[in-house]
Design a protein around this ligand. Structure first.
Ligand code: AVJ
Length: 320
């Protein structure tokens, strides 16, 4: 079966309006910040794929090993008819689950949701070609805004992998989980991937690799703002910084202006002092107790919690 036409809830103009709003708010703030969702244009998505293959970047490999080991259990325990993937990107690890559901039988529909039309086109076509008989309905949307558009009914499993939930700040995360629970029916399931708290000597290099791919990924947000909003950032004038915050238990990526800068963007004239930093990403790491507690607050019961053999990454199966 070929993939169905994409359902589009997010148009180009919504995206560029969102970027304008975020730039206005974030660059006027002290300290300055931009949300991480703007990394992922075509080049940013490719750089992220490259990051996932770096020796220092353990989360993708660790999560893949959990899924490889547990996919059969997920299929058995959930008996899902519909698999919905939030922030699906290339859906590469999802194939482990699709394979398990194919062996078990009963899965009828796969619904990947992503902001990127290009990533969705590619992944929906490939998955439709590789899983004959599976209905593939891609949704162009933002998982923080379009949870009410998910297809209803029929024992659903929502998967949110990669540790992307760690990009949300605590209040946003609580809002997201509550909205997720509201979008589900009792008995529907959520499979959630979370990077775990560990020695910062392991975490920091994952966000500051020797080959400089993460630095390039980080600077990509400046290229996106330049292209989309006609700004004049000089990406090379900013240094990549990865910093572990032991209180919040999250890693931050920042871009540090090495010398004083003035940037024109929209109708703003933004000044950076020498050494001033722009926060571009928070990636929270979790303790198992906190995952279960936050899920419970949102109205989920955490039924299963699995990690890889090294205890680097956690995958929780929760029930609405
Ligand atoms: C895609 C959000 C899970 O936070 O580890 C990789 C993004 N940032 N290297 C993460 C990212 C820097 C990644 N997530």
């Amino acid at each position: 079966m070929s993939a169905e036409p994409l359902e589009i809830y997010l148009e180009e103009q919504d995206l560029s309006r969102g970027l304008r709003e975020d730039v206005r708010t974030g660059l006027a703030a002290a300290p300055k910040w931009l949300p991480p969702k703007w990394f992922y244009d075509a080049r940013g998505s490719e750089l992220f794929e490259e990051i996932t293959r770096l020796p220092e970047y353990y989360p993708t490999r660790a999560e893949r090993s959990v899924l490889a080991e547990r996919a059969g259990e997920v299929a058995e325990l959930t008996g899902a008819k519909t698999l919905i993937e939030l922030g699906s990107g290339s859906s590469e690890k999802t194939r482990l689950l699709l394979d398990a559901f194919t062996r078990r039988g009963g899965l009828g529909t796969f619904v990947p949701l992503d902001v990127s039309v290009s990533a969705l086109r590619r992944s929906t076509e490939q998955i439709a070609a590789d899983y004959p008989g599976l209905r593939v309905r891609g949704i162009v949307g933002d998982f923080t805004r379009h949870l009410d558009r998910l297809p209803a009914g029929g024992r659903r499993l929502v998967i949110f992998l990669g540790g992307t939930i760690g990009n949300l700040l605590p209040a946003e995360r609580a809002g997201f989980l509550a909205a997720m629970r509201a979008a589900l029916e009792p008995g529907d399931r959520l499979l959630l991937g979370t990077d775990l708290v560990k020695d910062p000597a392991v975490i920091v290099p994952a966000y500051d690799d020797a080959a400089g791919v993460t630095a390039d990924f980080n600077r990509n947000v400046l290229r996106v703002v330049n292209r989309e909003l006609g700004a004049d950032f000089d990406p090379e004038a900013f240094t990549h910084v990865a910093l572990w915050d032991p209180e919040q238990e999250w890693i931050e990526m920042r871009l540090r202006a090495e010398r004083p800068q003035r940037v024109r963007v929209l109708d703003l004239d933004v000044a950076f002092a020498a050494g001033e930093e722009l926060r571009t990403e928070v990636s929270a790491k979790f303790r198992p107790e906190r995952i279960a507690a936050e899920l419970a607050t949102a109205g989920f019961a955490a039924d299963e919690f699995w990690t890889d053999a090294d205890g680097l990454f956690g995958v929780t199966l929760a029930r609405a």
